[in-house]
Design a protein around this ligand. Structure first.
Ligand SMILES: *Cc1c(COP(=O)(O)O)cnc(C)c1O
Length: 598
């Protein structure tokens, strides 16, 4: 194949010392780039930002997503419409100066890549290669393959996942990068294992691979699974698998025991080819263990990148008091040495900034002296955005009794999720009915990186109401905690580990049904939260606990260190690590059994 002349190989950073390759379908790299949709991409970006700060020997692979996920527009009644977010890597990023060729459905697809450098506090760089099929010479349909994150049908998706897995491995090889560890951040990247196996076999057909060949690949791969929700585990018909991957790869995937319920299942490919598998919070590891009983599943609890999510006001305060927090997040424990009144003051500036931004964008004014709840997340039915509005009469009564209440909502529904879009309209309808002098509910459009930061830095209490046990981790509450914002949440995901009642926030008690859980939510709001909010001294000590206790743990510096110790380069045999230490806490067994039905 001849390379276009502009793309002759030139300067790429020396990658020969990079020992870990991180593969993710989405990565939030900059607020200006639409290369992510939500939590998974944020986590990937935060992981790489911590890797850069701590000088980890990593390199990362994703797709360029030239038209992004989407920009959300909401009508007066909350009807969501979507707009593309086109961007031009050619005018933004350096080229990787390599073109590789993949075979998809027996036609050749050329893939190039753009390099985004994640730069750490000390200047260490994590290069991220964004694969792009918009290359001259490709079939016009193939040129659009890396346009839409989570767009198109299953055929489009499988082609994208093939580009990510096989294209990523081929690109690293072309760049003379030979990692020792390949990290699949979710099953989308699982086909990288097939790429590694093909390289290892060097021309021998895949179907002739021995168990030793597979073991050779397994020893290089680790896998993080991110959700117990079935829709999060991509599967494809076997016919489609053969159609896209061809006979040799398709037959091999079948023969290696990677089908599940007679479908090509990305999670099972990842499980089969990984020497270490983990969930993203202690309980999620346990739930995943029940879903995949044939495999040992460990847990490494998620975190967030502190410098990305701390408000400028807190950054200034902490730079003065505990300047080493940027490289070592354990210093967050030392905020106990800072006067709580200064913490409250830093938070208050974040609240004012949030309200002035909303006023500028929408013309709606919020009162900084009124207790303000935040609820922002992807709109999916299991997240139950409307639990807070379950009993409107009760909510209004509480608002009147406690001297006012403000609730800020945000969140996108996937363009194909009609039920999710209905939930947004429901919140709008409730708001229209309930808004009064005591209660103000407002749904802000286009939840993204910037809005997520403003909200988690500016509200007083972060609310999360998922149906157990579907919240694998949740990371927005961690962003809030870092900014001195307590959570009011269902005991699911990270909150089982992060909730110290009346200290870092409040647990909504597990109930038989939605009504029972809503009742618990209202009781906590009325009897615990509002009285403490009315006592600024007590409230500021709680803000301090949030940062000292949860900020010092739920960060990606700690998380990445755990990946190094347990997943990437474990010093001790893995079988000594056990999941399930949460057994003694509230019983999760029934809900766990429910999730195991997936
Ligand atoms: C942090 C973040 C998420 C993930 O938060 P969850 O708590 O997992 O819902 C999603 N979207 C945006 C824009 C975020 O900043």
């Amino acid at each position: 194949m001849t390379l276009p002349s502009a793309l002759t190989p030139s300067s790429t950073p020396d990658l020969s010392a990079r020992t870990i390759a991180y593969f993710s379908m989405e990565i939030a790299l900059s607020p200006a780039l639409p290369t992510y949709s939500g939590g998974l991409g944020m986590l990937a970006g935060d992981t790489l930002r911590s890797a850069a700060d701590t000088a980890a020997p990593m390199v990362a692979i994703s797709l360029v997503h030239r038209r992004g996920y989407f920009r959300q527009k909401l009508s007066d009644i909350g009807q969501q419409t979507e707009a593309d977010v086109p961007w031009s890597p050619e005018t933004t990023l350096p080229s990787a100066n390599r073109i590789i060729a993949l075979t998809l459905q027996s036609r050749q697809v050329l893939v190039r890549a753009w390099r985004f450098d994640v730069v750490g506090v000390t200047g260490h760089i994590i290069p991220v290669f964004l694969l792009d099929t918009d290359v001259e010479g490709n079939d016009p349909w193939d040129r659009r393959l890396t346009d839409h994150l989570y767009g198109g049908d299953t055929y489009y998706r499988l082609c994208q996942e093939t580009v990510l897995g096989l294209g990523g491995v081929a690109l690293l090889e072309a760049l003379a990068c030979r990692p020792k560890v390949y990290h699949m951040n979710e099953g989308h990247a699982a086909l990288l294992a097939i790429g590694l196996l093909e390289d290892h076999l060097a021309g021998i057909p895949l179907k002739d691979a021995t168990e030793a060949d597979i073991e050779f690949v397994r020893q290089q791969c680790v896998f993080t699974t991110h959700t117990p929700v079935p829709a999060g585990h991509d599967q494809f018909g076997v016919d489609q698998m053969y159609q896209v991957l061809g006979h040799d790869r398709g037959a091999a995937i079948e023969q290696f025991g990677c089908l599940h319920n007679s479908l090509m299942n990305m999670t099972y490919i990842a499980l089969r080819f990984s020497r270490f598998v983990n969930g993203v919070a202690m309980q999620h590891g346990k739930v995943s263990q029940q879903m995949f009983p044939g495999y040992k599943v460990y847990s490494i609890t998620n975190g967030v990148h502190a410098a990305t999510w701390l408000s400028p006001h807190f950054q200034e305060l902490l730079d003065g008091e505990i300047p080493n927090w940027r490289t070592d997040n354990q210093y967050f424990r030392s905020v106990y040495g800072i006067d709580p009144a200064r913490i409250a003051a830093a938070h208050n500036k974040g609240k004012l900034r949030l309200f002035s931004t909303i006023a500028k964008r929408t013309g709606h004014h919020f009162n900084p002296n009124v207790l303000t709840l935040g609820f922002a997340r992807r709109v999916a039915t299991y997240k139950r955005a409307s639990l807070l509005l379950h009993d409107p009469k009760r909510l209004v009564e509480i608002a009147e009794k406690i001297g006012g209440l403000q609730i800020l909502y945000a969140g996108k529904a996937h363009p194909a999720d009609t039920a999710g879009k209905g939930l947004i309209r429901d919140v709008f309808a409730s708001a229209a009915k309930l808004n009064s002098s005591a209660l103000k509910i407002y749904y802000i459009e286009n939840y993204d990186w910037e809005l997520g930061a403003l909200l988690t830095q500016g509200v007083d209490v972060w609310v999360n109401t998922p149906r157990r046990p579907y919240e694998a981790s949740g990371t927005s509450g961690m962003k809030a905690a870092l900014n001195g914002v307590p959570s009011l949440s269902i005991l699911d995901g990270w909150w089982i580990e992060g909730c110290a009642e009346n200290t870092t926030g409040w647990a909504i008690e597990n109930g038989e049904d939605e009504a029972a859980e809503a009742t618990s939510l209202y009781e906590k709001l009325e009897k615990s939260i509002a009285p403490m909010y009315a006592n600024p001294g007590a409230w500021s000590r709680m803000q301090q606990h949030c940062i000292a206790i949860n900020g010092s743990f739920f960060n990606t510096h700690r998380m990445l260190a755990q990946y190094f110790e347990n997943s990437y380069f474990p010093p001790t045999p893995l079988s000594t690590v056990q999941t399930g230490y949460l057994e003694h806490r509230r019983s999760t067994d029934t809900v766990v059994a429910e999730a195991a039905l997936v």
